[in-house]
Design a protein around this ligand. Structure first.
Ligand code: IMP
Length: 193
């Protein structure tokens, strides 16, 4: 059980916010960036998930003074040498954060590949009481050949988690959170709070 009552989650992504709030339940109040009056475009220019998560959390601590946590997630595909990885949000060139374009490029780059193994990895950086801590969560799976399902976000329609007949986009939020990268990392985070 937490010893604090509320903490800031340094994200502008509404999907991530609602997933984390659902995982945390009533144990803790998660404040969004809007809740603290932050509308900045927080830089994510590091070349590792750890680097980006820490940079985002440090930005909020430095500019707004709040203890907080931040996440960065990447989809690592074996046949693509770990790509898109830390560049998952900006995989398709020139499109900003366009999930459909990213997924289309991924499926194109996977055409003809027999090794379809991949994993989602979430890194969460926590800044609390002057200390920085980093935890992660991983879910293994495969990239299917075409999109299935309408729920979730990002690459969910093409990711089939190991042992599941359903893609993340075909699952309920509860089922995804039970096995997902973000669910695993968040449960580790909760142990620290
Ligand atoms: P970031 O952590 O916001 O930088 O996310 C990187 C990329 O991974 C974005 O394109 C997201 O849409 C995608 N992404 C992050 N988390 C998930 C997830 O749980 N499922 C599918 N895609 C995700």
């Amino acid at each position: 059980m937490s010893s604090i009552k509320e903490i800031v989650f340094a994200t502008n992504n509404a999907h991530k916010l609602s997933e984390i709030r659902e995982i945390v339940g009533d144990r803790l109040t998660i404040l969004s960036l809007a809740d603290i009056g932050c509308h900045d475009d927080i830089p994510e220019n590091e070349d590792t998930l750890e680097g980006n998560a820490l940079a985002k959390a440090r930005f909020i601590k430095e500019h707004y003074g709040y203890d907080c946590f931040a996440d960065d997630t990447g989809l690592e595909v074996d046949a693509l040498g770990g790509e898109p990885g830390v560049r998952s949000a900006r995989y398709a060139p020139g499109t900003g954060h366009d999930s459909m374009a990213n997924m289309r490029l991924l499926l194109k780059n996977m055409e003809g590949k027999t090794d379809r193994k991949a994993r989602f990895r979430t890194v969460i950086a926590l800044i609390k009481d002057g200390c920085e801590t980093v935890v992660d969560g991983i879910v293994e799976g495969t990239i299917i050949e075409s999109q299935r399902g309408c729920d979730g976000f990002g690459y969910d329609p093409v990711f089939l988690p190991e042992g599941s007949p359903l893609t993340f986009a075909e699952m309920s939020a509860e089922a995804k959170n039970a096995i997902s990268h973000r669910g695993r990392a968040t449960r580790r985070l909760l142990q620290l709070l």
